[in-house]
Design a protein around this ligand. Structure first.
Ligand code: NAP
Length: 295
């Protein structure tokens, strides 16, 4: 029996909101920019799940009250975004091993009042990378620029793919070293300074920008000189506004394959949908809706 049937929430087509409708949502501060509601409600419509997904502006002092509300109202699922991915963990009954290793939760599943936290950012990114750019990450030399929250999830997920090596470079060098050390038992990981980035890029099969450099409105910035990448390498950027950053446009000119951040956003949502409903996420429809909203 799939999850939606278990919850008694298989809906009539068209997502009529009725007395069986189950609540879902995303919390953050700020939150009004979020495209998760349009993406997830499209997924519910597409699959006939009788759910409704909204965005809630929750400030840090209201996290505990919000969790009490989740339990009281029987919300089935919650996505968590900035700045609550760490602080939410203390309110949960269980943390999935991956989320615990990453140290952040972006998805909560409510099983009859018992809340479990997951992190779908890293696995969402890797699923996107494999489906859209390179199905075989095993044996590849990977460079990751940036060592923030998103980078941590991605590096953790990449270690599960058996790459030849992962080299991390970050503006604040200590953070790169800490990240490389955190997962040193799982893969060949090393940290380099920005001075060592050119040499690392020259040898890399996949170069991933996890920094915010190049994001709207600063679209004329790039975290790395794309001419350092070898032709045929994959240039990947977590940013999806713009859909193609300066880094990706210049990498394409150097003969690289480019991979933008929209897929990561879609697949982190797809995993959340799958955890909540037990059904395969309608990924193409989700992507279509988000793309349309980005104009
Ligand atoms: P974060 O935790 O704040 O980390 C930011 C990272 O960017 C740090 O490594 C920081 O370096 C670096 N950075 C910021 N400004 C820089 C500059 N001017 N020069 C060099 N490095 C700079 O943020 P995050 O949550 O990891 O997010 C990072 C990016 O990923 C953002 O663009 C975000 O939109 C994107 N993202 C996309 C998705 C998706 O679904 N596609 C999901 C999550 C995040 P320091 O350590 O030196 O400060």
């Amino acid at each position: 029996m799939n999850q939606s049937t278990m919850n008694g929430n298989t809906a009539a087509a068209g997502n009529t909101i009725d007395s069986h409708t189950v609540l879902y949502g995303v919390i953050g501060d700020p939150i009004r920019h979020s495209r998760s509601p349009i993406m997830m409600n499209r997924a519910f419509r597409e699959t006939g799940v009788n759910g409704v997904y909204a965005a809630y502006h929750i400030t840090a002092d209201k996290l505990g009250d919000f969790i009490a509300g989740v339990k009281a109202m029987g919300m089935r699922g919650v996505n968590v975004t900035i700045p609550h991915k760490l602080d939410i963990m203390k309110y949960l009954d269980e943390i999935d091993a991956g989320a615990a290793a990453i140290g952040a939760v972006n998805t909560i599943v409510n099983d009859n009042g018992r809340l479990t936290g997951y992190n779908t950012d890293g696995i969402g990114y890797v699923r996107s990378l494999k489906e859209e750019a390179d199905p075989n990450i095993a044996g590849k030399r990977i460079v990751v620029i940036g060592a923030g929250g998103a980078s941590r999830g991605i590096v953790y997920a990449l270690t599960g793919e058996n790459p030849a090596s992962i080299t991390i470079a970050n503006r604040t060098e200590d953070r790169a070293r800490e990240l490389a050390l955190a997962f040193a038992d799982k893969a060949e990981l090393r940290a380099v300074t920005f001075d060592g980035l050119q040499e690392a890029c020259l040898e890399a099969d996949i170069v991933i920008n996890t920094t915010s450099v190049g994001m709207h409105p600063n679209t004329d910035a790039s975290p790395v000189d794309a001419s350092w990448l070898k032709p045929g390498a994959v240039a990947s950027d977590l940013i999806y506004n713009p859909l193609k950053t300066k880094f990706l446009l210049e990498a394409e000119k150097s003969g690289c394959r480019s991979h933008g951040g929209l897929g990561m956003f879609i697949y982190q949502g797809a995993y959340a949908f799958e955890y909540w409903t037990g059904q395969a996420a309608p990924v193409a429809a989700m992507r279509e809706t988000v793309l349309a909203s980005l104009g």
